[in-house]
Write a protein that binds this ligand. Structure first.
Ligand code: OFO
Length: 168
């Protein structure tokens, strides 16, 4: 059974994943209004993934006899200045989330809660993928010329992201 402290931390992470979902939605809206429909599509799909992460944690809390809570989420703090800023925001956000996941892993070790430790490993692996993906976005944009990328290369990047398959 989950300790009260672990239940509280998992609820906090549930909220953080929902917060991430809101951030991706907001970045997607920004991209769409700037004419990057493919990038927007990618970000919207990712928002869905983050919501799934939150639900995954919710189900785990239930499975372990705890009571999940759906908490309020803050509105995203700011809009990106440009496309580089947008992708950097994605990366920084994922690094921040990785640290939160590591916090859960540490707590599960301290409590010797091996079930939660095992559960959290899925997220550890997922964060490797998510950070890799965010870095790939930044790299692809750099290759395309960053903020000075031509319309053609941005168009190609936009198309590429539109059809990039979803993960989990
Ligand atoms: Fe973007 O990550 Fe959830 O966990």
């Amino acid at each position: 059974r989950l300790s009260k402290a672990m239940e509280a931390s998992l609820i906090k992470q549930m909220t953080k994943e929902n917060q991430a979902s809101q951030i991706y939605l907001s970045l997607g809206i920004w991209a769409d209004t700037k004419g990057y429909g493919g990038i927007a599509n990618f970000l919207f799909r990712h928002a869905q993934e983050e919501r799934n992460h939150s639900i995954k944690i919710m189900m785990y809390i239930l499975e372990r006899g705890g009571t999940p809570v759906v908490e309020a989420v803050e509105a995203p703090k700011r809009q990106p200045k440009n496309i580089t800023d947008c992708f950097n925001m994605v990366f920084e956000h994922e690094v921040d989330n990785t640290n939160a996941i590591y916090g859960l892993v540490n707590q599960s070790m301290e409590e010797k809660d091996w079930a939660t430790w095992n559960f959290a490993q899925w997220f550890v692996k997922e964060q490797i993928e998510e950070e890799k993906l965010a870095l790939e976005l930044i790299d692809k944009l750099k290759i395309a010329g960053g903020d000075r990328a031509s319309d053609e290369s941005l168009f190609a990047l936009d198309k590429y992201l539109e059809t990039k398959p979803d993960e989990v």
